[in-house]
Design a protein around this ligand. Structure first.
Ligand SMILES: *Cc1c(COP(=O)(O)O)cnc(C)c1O
Length: 468
């Protein structure tokens, strides 16, 4: 399988080249030249295959520059019951007839980011070792990506992590998770701004090709194709658990911010997984909901980005969204380049024409949004009706899922974090402190390792130079 950019550069790249790279040189995102189509026989064969081996089957369709036995060893090292809590890895919890939560957050940092990041840690160590190279990962996080990356890369040979986060905006638990790591290859940088400022700094540094090359800068943000690919696997795993035969369809509801998670659902659907609807659930930062309702994509600035009780979705420029638009526009890279390059830079928005907007339906996308009061009500309802404590992001998903149920069609809501990560809102909703997994009880009291900095690209570059 070869990969091309969403912005028209047709240079074909192989998986292990783009694995360590992030953005394409023309500023676009990498996508496979085409999506492999899964035939009925394959889908039948995959049903009942263990998660790690299902991951191998799917990954091997997209990766032809790692020998099969090595790739299988990597997926088996990654997706273990020890790391993810259960042999099913992403088990379903039933919420009555045809409604499920798919548990994606039983990894080390209690959020779904571990699903992809743990694989990335293994892939990076493998590929860097094979090449005899090192890599400095520069990332931006609103909370969950950063900790997942750090826990995946800590102690890994050849890799350092420089992780930018918005100063004071993550939950105390999230801050403690990241800043308490004392590993020499992990560097936390708190930026005095919002998540999008952090993301802009990462993009600015990555666009400085000279600096990027000299300091071997890589990324693990959700634009990384390998992460997206890892996430495709659990859509298949969820489907197999919720259905008895491949004649059946299901829908997924996905709490969304950067559009990485639901974009993996889009890829699974393009491969032929019988998915009826992909329901995009946002919080108050509803740029994606606005798009799917109106065809207008209008990014917001920092001042318009709300700080919410589902903070990992406080995103107003969805970095993976360009991948879907590329498919929607018939893979017209020149058009995408105009819309996401000059168009967004000059106008901060673009609008689909009527024909393009109508085409969205064919991709199964619908959307909805949720507010703080909805979140609280949904957490209460889940506790009362199902005896389950759900986290705030999952609550946004469940709220929107309930509005999109169709009789006889299973709906899988992706559980993107555990409630312990966002305890204050859970207490506000139901007056109960969510349980923490063993070993994390006193994490806030641990010593912290973090450097605070202004929104300044040069300062971040200087820090990296001083610490590689
Ligand atoms: C990252 C994250 C999301 C949003 O996922 P995207 O891939 O950015 O759309 C939702 N919920 C939680 C808990 C997250 O960590």
């Amino acid at each position: 399988m070869k990969y091309i950019s969403t912005r028209g550069d047709q240079t074909e790249r192989r998986f292990c080249e783009i694995l360590l790279e992030g953005l394409a040189p023309d500023g676009g995102l990498y996508l496979p030249v085409s999506y492999p189509k899964i035939d009925d026989a394959t889908l039948i064969r995959w049903r009942g295959v263990a998660y790690a081996d299902l991951a191998f089957e799917i990954l091997s369709l997209y990766i032809d520059d790692i020998p099969a036995e090595d790739l299988r060893a990597i997926t088996r090292r990654t997706y273990t019951a020890e790391v993810f809590g259960t042999p099913a890895i992403t088990p379903l919890k039933s919420l009555g007839s045809d409604l499920y939560l798919q548990a994606l957050s039983n990894g080390p940092t209690l959020a779904f980011k571990d699903m992809a990041m743990q694989l990335l840690g293994q892939l990076f160590e493998y590929e860097l070792g094979r090449r005899g190279e090192t890599l400095n990962i520069l990332g931006a996080t609103s909370g969950d990506t950063g900790s997942a990356a750090e826990y995946a890369m800590r102690g890994k040979a050849g890799v350092s992590v420089f992780m930018l986060s918005p100063h004071g905006r993550m939950s105390p638990f999230q801050q403690a998770q990241m800043f308490s790591l004392q590993d020499a290859n992990i560097h936390n940088i708190a930026i005095e701004g919002v998540f999008d400022d952090c993301q802009d700094i990462v993009k600015a540094v990555s666009n400085d090709l000279e600096f990027k090359r000299q300091y071997k800068i890589g990324t693990v943000n959700s634009i990384n194709w390998a992460r997206l690919l890892a996430q495709v696997v659990y859509y298949f795993a969820g489907y197999f658990q919720a259905t008895r035969s491949n004649e059946e369809q299901v829908s997924f509801t996905v709490p969304s911010g950067n559009f990485g998670n639901v974009c993996a659902g889009h890829v699974a659907r393009m491969m032929g997984l019988p998915v009826a609807q992909l329901v995009v659930a946002t919080n108050e930062n509803d740029v994606l909901d606005e798009f799917f309702r109106s065809g207008v994509y209008r990014v917001r600035g920092s001042a318009e980005t709300h700080e919410t009780s589902s903070p990992s979705m406080d995103i107003s420029k969805a970095s993976n969204f360009e991948r879907f638009v590329f498919d929607l526009l018939g893979r017209d890279g020149a058009r995408v380049k105009q819309m996401f390059g000059a168009g967004l830079a000059e106008q901060g928005r673009f609008q689909l024409n009527a024909e393009q907007f109508a085409a969205i339906q064919g991709y199964g996308f619908v959307s909805g949004s949720s507010r703080h009061a909805d979140r609280l009500a949904t957490i209460r309802q889940a506790y009362k009706d199902y005896g389950l404590i759900i986290d705030t992001h999952t609550a946004d998903g469940l709220k929107v899922a309930l509005q999109n149920l169709q009789p006889g069609l299973p709906m899988l809501v992706l559980e993107t974090a555990l409630p312990a990560k966002f305890a204050a809102t859970i207490v506000e909703a139901i007056g109960v402190e969510p349980a923490r997994p063993a070993g994390l009880e006193a994490i806030e009291a641990l010593p912290k390792r973090v450097t605070v900095m202004p929104v300044d690209v040069a300062a971040v570059k200087a820090f990296v130079q001083a610490h590689v």
